[in-house]
Design a protein around this ligand. Structure first.
Ligand SMILES: Nc1ncnc2c1ncn2[C@@H]1O[C@H](COP(=O)(O)OP(=O)(O)OP(=O)(O)O)[C@@H](O)[C@H]1O
Ligand SMILES: [Mg+2]
Length: 373
């Protein structure tokens, strides 16, 4: 496909707490990507409040769409299709995006395309690497998901491994809260880890060498236990060192399993996507491990890893070209199944939950500037 090929697609993303609208040409050419973050609205609650998210999407979507069209230098009339995240995600938040997409499509007589948010995360890679072609293994690491998938072609995915409990982004957010960092915790842990020593706490590598599933809840508990033990023995540990130790344990497991999945499927390429793919140590270590193993790594720039409208537009362009538009009667589906082992986007519940951060440590052995204890 040359750069000028493919439909001009406007993509709308409102599945969680980012109001995102992007414009792309075909699956690979990014024309604009505007994200109105709601971090400021949710941070005082330590997690995403669904009602606040839905209301903020409603307030911000028009302006975000206008800005995305203006930055792309196109009008709504020129757009070939409107794509929107249909699920998985927060019900009220999804409904706002889906209703807006349908309204735009009706008003401007445009076709509408329902997009699976997780397929959107994979397509973010095409926007940075137009040359990318499967077969590949993708590691999807986000606020709600931790998955390894194998695909011989785009649009047809096989699930290799999933988390048995918390998603990795959820684990980052929970440990961040435990350490007294703000929300979202992932970027804060990332920054703190850069200042800390990863050998400070001896943490487990859950399910290392045990297939492609993940378990993250135990790691959070291990951090709590290690801190309690230090506290009761009167020892102190810097908060940055805890962040570094936790992050190193997570990265070790993610990198090892991803490379093992690529080896076992015999693919030459690895895609890493989803919000946690913005993590600097994960990016660095994955690059090192892929180079060592002769694998080609496709990891989108951080602003394409976190939720955004351009990735939805790219996946929408693919679905639109392959299957045509969706009927206007599709509905937002908070528990839309991941599009794995099946092309069916209308399937039933997958058990997605918002990244609900919880848990606080009482008496703590923490030290360090900005620490809460
Ligand atoms: N630099 C980083 N290091 C670690 N985690 C990060 C970083 N940046 C963002 N995250 C984490 O990424 C998550 C958000 O990712 P994303 O926006 O893809 O999730 P989501 O859309 O809420 O979930 P899903 O995609 O599963 O529906 C949060 O948990 C956040 O803490
Ligand atoms: Mg996401």
């Amino acid at each position: 496909m040359t750069e000028s090929d493919g439909p001009l697609v406007l993509g709308i993303e409102t599945s969680c707490d980012e109001t995102g609208v992007g414009v792309v040409r075909g699956t690979t050419r990014l024309l604009s990507n505007v994200v109105a973050s709601q971090e400021d609205l949710h941070s005082e609650y330590g997690g995403v409040v669904p009602e606040i998210a839905a209301r903020a999407h409603l307030e911000r979507l028009n302006a975000t769409a206008e800005k995305a069209l203006a930055e792309a230098g196109v009008s709504l009339e020129e757009v070939d299709a409107v794509a929107v995240t249909a699920g998985p995600g927060l019900a009220g938040a999804l409904v706002v995006g889906v209703a807006a997409a349908k309204a735009l499509a009706l008003a401007a007589s445009k076709p509408v395309v329902a997009v699976n948010h997780l397929e959107g995360h994979i397509f973010a890679a095409l926007l940075d690497y137009p040359e990318f072609t499967p077969p590949a293994v993708a590691l999807i690491v986000s606020g709600g998901h931790t998955m390894l998938v194998h695909f011989e072609e785009l649009g047809c995915y096989r699930l290799l491994g999933d988390t048995l409990d918390d998603a990795v982004g959820e684990a980052f957010d929970k440990v961040a809260r435990l350490l007294g960092f703000g929300f979202p915790g992932g970027p804060e842990i990332d920054r703190a880890a850069g200042r800390g020593h990863a050998s400070a706490l001896d943490l487990p590598r859950p399910m290392r060498g045990e297939g492609f599933d993940f378990s993250m809840a135990g790691l959070k508990t291990a951090v709590v236990t290690a801190l309690r033990n230090l506290h009761s023995s009167g020892e102190r540990v810097r908060r940055d060192d805890v962040a570094a130790s936790f992050q190193r344990a997570v990265v070790d497991v993610l990198v090892e399993k991803t490379v093992a999945a690529a080896d076992s499927t015999g693919v030459p390429s690895v895609v890493v996507c989803g919000g946690v793919a913005a993590n600097s140590e994960l990016r660095q270590e994955m690059k090192r491990a892929c180079e060592e193993s002769g694998l080609q790594l496709y990891i989108p720039q951080p602003r394409l890893c976190v939720d955004n409208g351009a990735m939805i537009a790219s996946a929408g362009a693919f679905r639109f070209e392959r299957e045509g538009p969706d009927l206007l009667d599709f509905e937002a589906n908070p528990s839309l199944l991941a599009p794995f082992d099946s092309d069916d986007l209308s399937a039933g519940p997958s058990g997605l939950g918002p990244a609900a951060a919880s848990g606080a440590l009482g008496g703590s052995a923490l030290t360090g500037e900005g620490g809460s204890h």
